[in-house]
Design a protein around this ligand. Structure first.
Ligand code: UDP
Length: 343
């Protein structure tokens, strides 16, 4: 299939482009390159790249028609919680407003073709749950997001469900837990500026790209070692779930209206900040100086997914998501990308 991948120059997007290629599909990347990487799309993945803002209605409409797009995987978004608190307008404009333009364009293109709307897979997040009432978190857990970022993703979920009901949009919503690791070949990976996530920060500090010590945000949580537990999921496993989600939509009867299919993507297992640091020390053979700072506002102590729905309905299974494997792949990527060596 010809699949438009919005945000395909970003971390999860570019790994999913590779998963689509491996499954025999033809991805076309749309990215504004604010955070996406041209070199990964054009040189590493070697797929067509259209540099445009998703909210550019005319250009988007033209791309859907001229490129004969048959499905959309929608990743394009701003994703930093702290930044969303400081600048909510950008987050709602980019994540919510531009997605509405996309959804309208998909329906308009369907009308032009006299066909049902093309399938869409949306990149959502466990941040839509906020401080969850139950652990592990199942898909029917109440969603009470606590940041503009989480709320923007939650609102898009609502739009998609309304589009599914009203216009017959076939849709899958995937709620990621903590994406981690890098492609096993080492030529794709995470490269954010600024970097806020734990695993790359740990590796940048070990590799000398960031000055140490590594700050642990809080060691007085009600967890076994006092640091937060997160459900880390390998980005290649996440990418594979998108292909399975798309295939599930293609199996639906065209024109049959059905609510969006919604899945958590995690492993069901939490790792603490200190466990992540220990894994990085073991992989790199280097000890990491740390300091403890107060808790980061908004960080729940534990976030762990219930994952049986994705396993049961999509046939998805995490293959690379052992902590050591994720850190090993991330380290190989950071060495490749930044020339990181042990300091
Ligand atoms: N964290 C930390 N030091 C850092 C970055 C993150 O202690 O330099 C902690 C953070 O407070 C959270 C966990 O590591 O408990 C994972 O944070 P990350 O930003 O990677 O993902 P999040 O769960 O916030 O999406």
């Amino acid at each position: 299939m010809r699949v438009l991948v919005t945000g395909g120059g970003g971390y999860i997007g570019c790994h999913t482009v590779r998963a689509l290629q491996n499954a025999g599909h033809h991805p076309i990347v749309l990215d504004n390159l604010v955070h996406g990487h041209r070199d990964l799309v054009e040189q590493v993945l070697q797929v067509p790249l259209v540099v445009v803002q998703l909210g550019d209605r005319q250009q988007l409409q033209a791309i859907l028609a001229q490129q004969h797009v048959e499905a959309v995987l929608h990743f394009a978004a701003y994703t930093t919680v702290g930044e969303s608190v400081m600048d909510p307008a950008s987050y709602y404009r980019n994540n919510l407003g531009d997605t509405m333009v996309l959804l309208e364009a998909v329906v308009r293109e369907a009308q032009r073709r006299h066909r049902p709307p093309m399938p869409l897979v949306f990149s959502s997040t466990c941040a839509t749950y906020g401080h969850p009432e139950r652990m592990p978190i199942s898909e029917d857990c109440p969603q009470q997001p606590i940041s503009p970022y989480g709320r923007s993703k939650w609102m898009v979920e609502m739009l998609i469900r309304d589009w599914a009901t009203a216009y017959g949009l076939p849709a899958v919503i995937l709620r990621y837990f903590n994406a981690a690791g890098a492609d096993p070949t080492g030529d794709l990976g995470e490269d954010h500026t600024p970097e806020t996530h734990l695993i790359p920060r740990v590796l940048h500090t070990i590799g000398g790209k960031c000055p140490g010590p590594l700050t642990i945000y809080g060691d007085d949580y009600p967890t076994p070692d006092g640091t937060c537990l997160r459900d880390y999921i390998h980005v290649t496993d996440l990418a594979h779930a998108h292909v399975l989600g798309l295939e599930a939509l293609c199996r639906q009867t065209p024109g049959q209206r059905q609510d969006a299919l919604t899945y958590n993507l995690g492993t069901g297992r939490g790792h603490s900040v200190r466990e992540v640091i220990a894994a990085a020390e073991a992989v790199t053979g280097c000890s990491l100086p740390v300091s403890v700072a107060p808790r980061r506002p908004g960080d729940p102590p534990v976030l762990v997914a219930a994952t049986d729905k994705a396993t049961r309905e999509l046939g998805w299974a995490a293959r690379y998501s052992q902590l050591t494997t994720m850190v090993r792949h991330a380290w190989a990527w950071h060495q490749h990308r930044h020339g990181c060596q042990v300091a």
